[in-house]
Design a binder for this molecule. Structure first.
Ligand code: FES
Length: 180
């Protein structure tokens, strides 16, 4: 025993054991860390691609120019128009329909022809039995000119927002009927 160890033994201290990393441990830590880093680097763009559109705020429905204001009378007429829809990562341009008319005060309004019973399409004066009403051929629902349900359907026809600008009628967001 040398003098130093003799001194430790005399003071009752244990020799300090140094833990050293083996070559195998060093390699597995290094490769494991690098692998995890690269994996995260590849995974992040994929997760972002899948989730990003869902996190984007939904844009307000845009106004769609449909028809010249002068063509609108107190008798409802059907007009078709296209809207651009973005739902997550799916984009489409479906064709929609609105029945547009003026009320007694001259105000223009637009109704959606989707029947509130089971979703068939209603038509103005669609049945001689129900004159000056919207009629659904599927199960006989009928509605007033304002879209109020008179039979079969539980709710009035939905209504589009409408604005008139520079002599043209524009339709916007579809929502619950505000006229009945
Ligand atoms: S879907 Fe219109 S009456 Fe049933």
């Amino acid at each position: 025993m040398n003098d130093h160890m003799n001194q430790e033994a005399q003071h009752g201290e244990k020799p300090v054991k140094r833990r050293e990393m083996s070559r195998r441990q060093f390699l597995s830590y290094t490769l494991g860390g690098a692998g995890a880093f690269m994996g995260a680097g590849m995974l992040f763009p994929m997760i972002r691609f899948a989730v990003d559109p869902v996190l984007q705020p939904k844009s307000e429905a845009e106004w769609v120019k449909v028809v010249e204001e002068s063509q609108i009378t107190e008798v409802p007429k059907s007009f078709k128009f296209q809207v651009h829809q973005v739902d997550g990562w799916y984009e489409s341009d479906p064709e929609l329909e609105a029945w547009i008319a003026r009320d007694a005060s001259g105000k223009i309004f637009a109704l959606n022809p989707t029947c509130k019973h089971l979703g068939c399409t209603v038509n103005w004066n669609g049945s001689p039995q129900f004159k000056d009403q919207y009629y659904c051929p599927c199960h006989g629902a009928h509605y007033t000119i304002d879209g109020q349900a008179l039979a079969v359907a539980p709710l009035p026809l939905d209504e589009y927002q409408v604005k008139v600008e520079n002599g043209f009628v524009y339709v916007g967001q579809l929502g619950p009927n505000t006229r009945v």
